[in-house]
Design a protein around this ligand. Structure first.
Ligand code: PHE
Length: 453
């Protein structure tokens, strides 16, 4: 079967910039700005950051390239991709794992995006003005525990995600990301400058950049791995799905490198905006999912134009969340559409309704159902933990084994020759990493994190 001809019914990104914007739009989101600082705080700072960076370079980048290759070669959704490339084999179940991860992730992702929408409103109504750090803290906690408003904003966000996905890949995804992401970066840099000039900022920079590896736990290392996958949108077929829309003339290796570098830089820039302020305002670095929402309003209060910047920041954070959420929904939609053979609109509505129902319970698990826990985690944390720390690394493990062992050198060279010229040495290194290093490291970190050793 000749698979690399693009069937006329499938969408293709119109330009190289479009591809990068969409993939970077998927990668850059709440993961960088909300989750990265919060878990870095929970796991003790710099040592966690360094381990995370190691995983990004060693495992994330090669797996990102692998996902692009699988997608472009198969021109299919995650499930279909493995079915096409490895017919009559159990590989297709890796795709199902990805669809399950997508459902779980978007369920809680929508909740946090809803918080961000609420914080746009709070910014516009100047609600942070002259509040103490403690007051801003309880403002956040009281809000997320409510059963009404957070769910309203969450569902609003899910509706927006649905609308963009229904409009389709080309028009929906490419256009907005291209213009808005650079603006977000500029705002974060302005916040960085304000944060590091606060009194007491030094301690925050020390926390973020001066590693004490003795503080690192097995759980922390697993979370660093899980977050490398989460932040780069890897391990569940998002970039397989997007790869399936990439034209054969594009240089996949270069795109993967650019997206990885951009995503990582934005996370670090977000960390530089947060931690100096955390210490300057006496906030607990390990205070959890509220860290960004509690810390930044303090910073906005202390800067000229803070009112204006806070509106812009939460607006763009919501947009960044949208360019990620559409990529998560797209995994489920492409699967429903091509495997259940239903129309895009119906597939999108179905997926959105399903995810929103689970999502509402995630939101409620912050307040009403706070006491209902499993392994000490409420539903929100549980879905986050299972998807990021289990399903994504497992997906990554299978993807690396698939390319490294199942595909073999010839197919890899063939696919990489389209649009790029990698030296033989680099290709050999790439294959070596996928065959041994990535699966070995993932397996060890995974079993260690689960307490098997
Ligand atoms: N990478 C996105 C973020 O950092 C989240 C995401 C995870 C998107 C998995 C797609 C797949 O916000």
């Amino acid at each position: 079967m000749k698979l690399d001809k693009i069937p006329p019914v499938r969408d293709v990104f119109s330009s190289k910039m479009g591809v990068i914007a969409a993939a970077a739009g998927s990668a850059v989101g709440l993961g960088n700005i909300w989750k990265f600082p919060y878990i870095t705080g929970v796991y003790g700072g710099a040592a966690f950051l360094f381990v995370y960076l190691g995983f990004i370079a060693l495992i994330g980048l090669p797996i990102m390239l692998s996902e692009f290759m699988i997608g472009r070669k198969s021109r299919s959704n995650v499930f279909g991709a493995f079915k096409n490339l490895a017919p009559n084999s159990p590989w297709k179940y890796v795709g199902l794992l990805g669809v399950a991860a997508a459902v779980m992730i978007l369920s809680f992702y929508g909740v946090v995006a809803g918080w961000s929408i609420d914080y746009i409103v709070k910014s516009v109504t100047d609600s942070f003005a002259s509040k103490s750090p403690a007051e801003l803290g309880s403002m956040f906690t009281q809000f997320i525990e409510k059963p009404g408003l957070p769910i309203f904003y969450q569902l609003l966000f899910m509706l927006m995600t649905m609308a963009i996905v229904i409009i389709g890949v080309k028009d929906g995804i490419e256009k907005y990301a291209k213009i808005l992401m650079p603006v977000l970066i500029v705002i974060i840099i302005i916040l960085d400058i304000r944060a590091i000039t606060l009194d007491g900022a030094k301690e925050g920079l020390y926390f973020l950049f001066h590693p004490d590896f003795s503080k690192l736990t097995a759980d922390g290392v697993l979370s660093a791995l899980g977050h490398a996958f989460f932040s780069l949108s890897l391990g569940m077929g998002t970039l397989i799905t997007y790869g399936s829309y990439i034209g054969n003339q594009n240089n996949l290796a270069k795109i993967a490198l650019q997206v990885t570098v951009a995503d990582t830089l934005i996370a670090i820039l977000a960390g530089i905006a947060i931690f100096p302020a955390v210490f300057a305002f006496g906030i607990e670095p390990s205070s959890g999912p509220g860290l960004v929402f509690i810390t930044l309003p303090n910073v906005f209060q202390q800067m000229p134009g803070g009112f204006f910047f806070s509106i812009l920041f939460f607006l763009l954070l919501t947009v960044a969340a949208l360019t990620s959420s559409i990529s998560i929904l797209e995994v489920v939609v492409a699967y429903f559409r091509e495997e259940l053979k239903i129309k895009r609109t119906l597939a999108t509505i179905l997926a959105t309704v399903m995810i929103s129902i689970v999502g509402v319970f995630c939101s409620l698990s912050m307040g009403l159902f706070k006491e209902q826990t499993l392994f000490g985690l409420n539903l929100f944390d549980l879905l986050d933990w299972i998807s990021a720390n289990m399903l994504l690394p497992l997906g990554g493990l299978f993807i690396s084994l698939f390319i490294g062992w199942y595909w073999g050198r010839k197919s890899i060279e063939e696919e990489l020759a389209k649009g790029s010229k990698l030296s033989r040495g680099l290709i050999t290194a790439f294959i070596f990493v996928l065959k041994f290093i990535a699966p070995g490291a993932i397996a060890i970190v995974f079993l260690n994190g689960l307490g098997v050793f």
